[in-house]
Design a protein around this ligand. Structure first.
Ligand SMILES: [Zn+2]
Length: 258
């Protein structure tokens, strides 16, 4: 059984005053592993807040080095980090903020071949990518292994988000059967992924602690230009090529268990 040190008790004191988030819950966070796929505009705020909150094992995955044009939104990469692997500059900042957690930095491309290994042992996956090719890979590994993941995407001042928990709601492929059109260098205001990454961190914490209502089967859209936030229902597709088979298998397992 793990314990919290005196410094951890002090560090996390104010959040452990939240209803449903006591010392035992903080230990749950310490024992959990969150894999953040992409350490850009979304992954930077998501990972720093998850690290600050005391997620015990953070895994950062990104293949790129930071560039000057990243700095206005990818806030863990600073002027001095230009040319450095993003996973390393992020790991350095998170480690300085909270030395009581473990941060693993994996500079690699996410592929069909390695995604299973990258997701291995994850309590939650944060989809902080900028393309649906990888998002669909995350979705498949999530459904296959039963790992919840939090999807987010941005454009300009607009953001969208949903939480996928296999067996409890639709998967990403149910909601988006085909990838929406994507431009290589699409416009984005730094504040948009900044806010969305923090919302992803909030969802990850809630899922681990079982607090509140996650965005399962719901899509959140917001537009910061006119400050509108809406959520709409996202239905499952009974013929979804990704989760149909697993849904059927879960039903069979349930029957067998009975
Ligand atoms: Zn599906």
């Amino acid at each position: 059984m793990i314990n919290l040190s005196n410094s951890e008790m002090e560090r996390y004191d104010r959040q452990m005053r939240i209803s449903g988030w006591g010392e035992e819950d903080q230990k749950k966070l310490k024992q959990s592993k969150v894999v953040i796929m992409g350490v850009g505009g979304l992954g930077c705020p998501a990972s720093i807040y998850l690290g600050a909150a005391g997620i015990g094992n953070l895994v950062l995955v990104d293949k790129e080095n930071s560039e000057l044009s990243n700095l206005k939104r990818q806030i863990l990469h600073w002027q001095k980090d230009i040319g450095k692997p993003k996973v390393l500059s992020a790991k350095e900042k998170i480690g300085e903020l909270n030395p009581e957690i473990k941060v693993e930095a994996l500079k690699t491309e996410i592929t069909e071949q390695n995604i299973d290994e990258l997701a291995s042992g994850a309590t939650v996956i944060v989809d902080a990518m900028d393309n649906f090719k990888v998002r669909f890979m995350i979705n498949e590994v999530s459904v296959k292994r039963g790992i919840p993941f939090i999807h987010a995407a941005i454009y300009g001042f607009q953001g969208q988000m949903t939480t996928i928990v296999p067996g409890k709601g639709p998967c990403l492929k149910c909601i988006f059967p085909v990838a929406p059109p994507e431009a290589e260098r699409f416009p984005v205001a730094g504040v948009t992924p900044g806010m969305l990454g923090i919302l992803q961190a909030a969802e990850a914490i809630k899922l681990i602690l079982g607090i509140g209502e996650p965005l399962i089967g719901r899509l959140l859209f917001f537009d910061l230009e006119d400050m509108t936030f809406i959520t709409c229902e996202a239905k499952g597709d009974s013929n979804c090529p990704v989760c149909k088979e697993h849904r059927a298998k879960r039903k069979t397992d349930k029957k067998t268990a009975l």
